[in-house]
Design a protein around this ligand. Structure first.
Ligand code: PHE
Length: 494
């Protein structure tokens, strides 16, 4: 293996890139809804408990592994033990699969940014959205391909390629804009939202604490799942990004900054979303539950929010445009961070030129994304996401804890981190990584498994679930083993 030459330009560049990866669509459309459903203000308790007992410890673990090994996941795991290289490949491939559909949602945002110019969805946002997608209403009928979605995909994949192919120094420059910009836009949207009539009703729906929910185990599981997804952990991203750090770099402090910035953005996004939902309810003379609108996922972004935007008395287009620009800029750093682990892994193993590896991966990503540009795309996207988010992420997190915590000397990482960090971590960290996190992950996994077996996801036919859920997961493992087995032309000493 050649010695890695790539480095972040500064600590700021690294922290911004990691925050950029963590803060994404998930903060805007996942957190506010999960919070509202899981006890409102009371949900902040399980959320912060999850953040401190699992999110931050795992963030520290991933950053320290990357920094200690100084390689992308497969080579980092190879350093742990030769037989673990496949785990590294699995970890590097998994976010690539997420990218394939995440980029599709960004393509929708791109189109909606343009549609905002003349509020093209009119007063029928829902109908418009389904027409735009050429939605067939079911995963079993592919229907036609949506041309605007393909054009959007081309633009987004091209951006991802242009940002990545020159290496991390370019990432550092891009995130200096794409992280602060959407945050400022989100603040502008929140101020606008909060000054609308009905906004306070929305906020009280969002935050009124329902402490009785804290007795519900599902609420706690939701908090952990949210933290995992939102921090971009268990996806090899933090391992890869930390491998580009200089030798003497702070880990613990950075892990806290990244995690708290992510949590803060989620909390803020709740105000943005719920103020507008409150406004929508008031203009229709209904309560929020009576609205019957889904305030999470694509429905929030492409139906509920546009509906509210159309009702704005002044500058509706302007607020529409900045909403979608915010989503695009929030999303783009998450999107390219999902590609980078795979690119870095390939360049580490085969010494391919970064530009070539990036081009290859982006091109295959684009072609695979086309599956989701069909009339059945929305449904397949939802199915693949359901399985990857519920099983993929959790399984990888668990593998990391077991391999690094039980089959390797975990203290190596603690000692490594403490050498260069301001905040010193103690044995409590070992306990969290070895016992608490795996236990929680096993519970989440068992509950998810039980629910999916007893109650098949959205009652889809079995073959659909196998194709969209089990096949991608199994495919990931097979591909990971395959990538481990093929050796570079001239075998190097590691
Ligand atoms: N954390 C990102 C978000 O909140 C999503 C993500 C998941 C990014 C997994 C990378 C890996 O949108």
């Amino acid at each position: 293996m050649i010695e890695k030459k790539e480095h972040w330009n500064s600590r700021f560049a690294f922290v911004m890139a990691a925050i950029g990866s963590a803060v994404g669509l998930g903060n805007v459309w996942r957190f506010p809804f999960v919070c509202y459903e899981s006890g409102g203000g009371a949900f902040l308790i399980p959320f912060f408990v999850a953040l401190f007992t699992a999110g931050i410890p795992l963030m520290i673990l991933e950053l320290s592994l990357g920094h200690w090994a100084r390689y992308a996941p497969p080579q980092a795991f190879q350093k742990i033990g030769k037989k673990w290289e496949w785990t590294g490949w699995l970890i590097a491939l998994s976010p690539f699969i997420i990218a394939i559909y995440y980029v599709v949602v960004m393509s929708w945002c791109f189109c909606y940014m343009i549609y905002s110019l003349d509020l093209r969805w009119g007063s029928h946002a829902e109908e418009f959205f389904h027409n735009f997608l050429a939605d067939t209403g079911t995963p079993t009928v592919l229907g036609s391909i949506s041309i605007p979605v393909i054009l959007g995909l081309l633009v987004i994949w091209l951006c991802v390629f242009l940002i990545l192919y020159k290496g991390v120094s370019r990432i550092g420059k891009v995130v200096a804009i794409t992280v602060p910009l959407p945050t400022i836009l989100l603040i502008i949207l929140t101020v606008r939202g909060l000054t609308l009539p009905g906004a306070m009703d929305g906020i009280s729906y969002y935050l009124t604490p329902d402490f009785s929910k804290l007795g519900d185990v599902n609420v706690w599981l939701a908090a952990y799942a949210q933290v995992f997804f939102s921090l971009s952990i268990a996806q090899g991203i933090m391992i890869t990004y930390a491998s580009f750090l200089k030798k003497k770099s702070d880990i613990t402090n950075n892990a806290f900054i990244i995690s708290l910035a992510d949590a803060g953005t989620s909390f803020l996004a709740g105000f943005t979303v719920f103020s507008v939902v409150g406004y929508l309810a008031q203009t229709q003379g209904l309560t929020i539950p009576e609205l019957g609108l889904r305030i999470a996922g694509p429905n929030l972004t492409f139906i509920t929010y546009p509906t509210a935007i159309s009702l704005l008395p002044v500058a509706a287009s302007f607020f529409g445009i900045i909403f979608y620009i915010a989503l695009l800029t929030f999303g783009i750093d998450s999107a390219f961070s999902m590609i980078e682990p795979f690119t870095a892994s390939i360049t580490n193993k085969w010494h391919l030129k970064k530009a070539k590896a990036t081009a290859l991966i982006c091109l295959s990503g684009f072609l695979l994304s086309l599956l989701f540009a069909t009339g059945a795309g929305l449904h397949w996207l939802d199915i693949v996401d359901h399985f990857i988010a519920n099983f993929g992420l959790v399984t990888i997190g668990l593998l990391e804890c077991i391999i690094l915590g039980w089959l390797f000397r975990l203290a190596t990482f603690r000692e490594h981190v403490n050498k260069s960090s301001d905040i010193q971590i103690g044995k409590w960290w070992d306990t969290l990584v070895k016992y608490v996190v795996p236990l929680i992950l096993i519970i989440i996994l068992s509950v998810a498994l039980y629910q999916n077996i007893t109650d098949p996801y959205l009652n889809y036919p079995l073959w659909v679930l196998v194709l969209g859920g089990i096949l991608p997961l199994a495919g990931l493992v097979i591909l990971a083993v395959f990538l481990m087995k093929i050796r570079p032309a001239q075998e190097e000493q590691v």
